[in-house]
Design a protein around this ligand. Structure first.
Ligand SMILES: [Zn+2]
Length: 585
């Protein structure tokens, strides 16, 4: 990845082109755009009719469109860490939003670009990418002001609309001196749930507001690209657009993303345009870990090999039509979300050539081996027919095993992020189901021996939410029916304890002592299984307080305190409880 030949080629091509030598004398710039929660098959250029994505479609028409691009993990922070570091989660260490910050020792695209003399800025749109979580390293400017207090609206993540983010990015670009080159990362969060596009798009896509968000995002990307053009920077800027992950929209029983690894959430759009990128459709499977290496090569930046050490590989040859050496390359996929939140098995897998293989290492099938599924997504994109081909399954299982061991051996140290109470509230509002707080970091080698395969119990997630909502609203009969369905599902992990705890606590608040006792027991079982979840300790404490078991209630509060710094109100409540314990009243 020597920079020099690229620079001279760029100069030569620029001088021959219509735009003249002045602009081309500038080193190349990079514009990276990440669209949150955007399924590839929702864009016109990936085959969707009436998608409302003319800007993305035009970008695809003038550059390379990768038909099979994969995220490393269908979760915002881990996916972006992979994009920016060229390494998968077992190396960079981030397995979920909010738990930890990217270690300073991990080399990022912004750091490399800045060392190479580029001005660097990021404009992000959602709390999971707040500077708190380590992705700001290397950026001179990191725009993450989402406006208003975190968690101001229950159930809604702190975010800002694309127009605000694009305006900030455009203002930053406009302030650059004409001879300065840049690396700019723009993240647009709109397509993440809730799906509430601006009025014009809400009307146009009344039956499908998710599509409306995508169309709105496309329009705002158009504003950004028009500004790049107006500044005379299109000819020497490498533009890459992708999504951090997709959205399940009910496929395979999943509503949003993070829990499973089907194409709906791991197959992402990937468009690359700019100097030296001819128009082409690339069928070869590629990964987010390839993006950093690709961008530095096309921009003529020497990364010293940093982005090719953990499976990443520049896609520049593929973009030029040279697929030699890209066959049989295993692309790693994972989600630890099921383990972290519910005590189920994580899912890990590979995309390679026509195949996709996903295993639940903690869940054993009847034959005693990890439960696994094999699909051929190119011919079966909805993954409706699991393949029983034993030969590729066994081979891919072996490749996956070896790859995980290799990646874990190179794991970066983790800086645990101790969130403030406000951040905790913002995280709780992420809408990922039960994410009150998870003050624990997974260790990949700690596979639970007999966990559930999340693919078999995915229905438990909406049931758990329904039970909490219905019982909380006093609809005990409906909640009881949902609880019976959950019990029949036998979800394992902490799920039944939490659901029963929520149900009995709600009935206990209405005055039933038996229910309060039952709630205290269920939450005791849940905290024993998952001591890192603050919300479980707090609900256990509430049941105990109402039962008058004040000393035990105080102990639970103190456990919760160990997990996260408290708000003043929280401390006041603790003091009041402590007095009651001391006076025995
Ligand atoms: Zn995301």
């Amino acid at each position: 990845m020597n920079a020099a030949p690229w620079c001279s080629a760029a100069l030569l091509l620029g001088c021959l082109g219509a735009l003249g030598c002045v602009e081309s004398a500038r080193p190349r710039s990079i514009l990276l755009v990440t669209l949150d929660t955007t399924r590839a098959d929702r864009l016109g250029c990936y085959g969707r009719a009436a998608a409302g994505t003319p800007v993305l479609d035009a970008l695809a028409a003038r550059g390379a469109r990768f038909e099979r691009a994969y995220t490393t993990a269908p979760i915002t922070l881990p996916a972006h860490a992979s994009i920016l570091s060229g390494s998968p989660p077992p190396h960079h260490g981030l397995r979920d939003n909010g738990l930890a910050a990217l270690d300073e020792g991990v080399e990022t695209l912004a750091e490399v670009a800045r060392r190479a003399g580029r001005r660097t800025a990021a404009c992000v749109s959602g709390f999971p990418l707040s500077h708190l979580f380590g992705l700001a390293q290397g950026f001179e400017f990191y725009g993450d002001d989402f406006g208003g207090a975190h968690g101001a609206r229950e159930g809604v993540i702190q975010e800002r609309r694309a127009d605000a983010t694009v305006r900030e990015a455009g203002d930053w670009l406009a302030r650059l001196a004409p001879d300065e080159s840049f690396f700019l990362w723009v993240h647009l969060f709109d397509a993440h749930d809730p799906y509430q596009p601006p009025a014009e798009f809400a009307q146009r896509f009344a039956a499908d507001p998710y599509q409306g968000e995508i169309a709105y995002t496309d329009q705002q990307l158009g504003v950004l690209l028009a500004q790049l053009d107006a500044l005379g920077r299109t000819a020497d800027t490498v533009v890459l657009v992708t999504a951090d992950h997709g959205e399940a929209l009910g496929e395979h029983g999943e509503a949003t993303h993070a829990l499973l690894l089907y194409e709906a959430t791991v197959h992402v759009p990937l468009l690359l345009a700019g100097p030296d990128v001819p128009a082409r459709v690339v069928p070869t499977p590629v990964s987010h870990v390839d993006l950093a290496a690709t961008l530095v090569e096309l921009a003529g930046i020497d990364d010293g090999g940093a982005f090719s050490r953990h499976g990443g590989r520049s896609l520049a040859p593929l973009a030029r039509g040279d697929a030699a050496g890209f066959a049989a390359r295993p692309l790693y996929l994972e989600t630890y979300f099921p383990r972290l939140h519910y005590g189920w098995s994580e899912l890990v897998g590979l995309a390679r050539d026509e195949w996709k293989y996903v295993a639940a290492p903690g869940a054993r099938g009847a034959d005693g081996r990890a439960r696994a599924e094999l699909f051929s997504p190119a011919s079966d994109p909805l993954e409706r027919s699991a393949r029983a081909d034993a030969q590729p399954a066994q081979e891919l299982a072996d490749v996956l095993h070896a790859l995980r061991a290799e990646l874990e051996a190179s794991a970066a140290p983790l800086t645990r992020h101790v969130a403030t109470a406000d951040e905790m509230d913002a995280l709780a509002a992420l809408g990922y189901g039960g994410m009150d707080v998870l003050a624990e970091l997974p260790s990949a080698s700690a596979d639970s021996p007999s966990a559930q395969d999340p693919r078999l119990v995915v229905e438990a997630v909406p049931l758990l939410s329904a039970i909490r909502a219905q019982a909380g609203a006093g609809q005990f009969e409906a909640a009881e029916r949902a609880l019976a369905r959950l019990e029949a599902l036998a979800p394992g992990g902490i799920v039944l304890h939490e659901a029963r705890g929520d149900f009995h606590l709600a009935r206990g608040r209405a005055g039933s002592r038996t229910d309060l006792e039952r709630a205290a027991d269920e939450f005791a079982a849940a905290t024993a299984l998952k001591p890192g979840r603050r919300g479980l300790w707090l609900r256990r404490s509430e049941a105990l307080q109402q039962l008058g078991r004040l000393a035990e209630a105080l102990e639970c509060i103190d456990h919760a305190l160990e997990l996260a710094p408290p708000t003043p109100q929280f401390l006041e409540a603790r003091e009041a409880l402590k007095k009651r314990v001391e006076t025995g009243r």
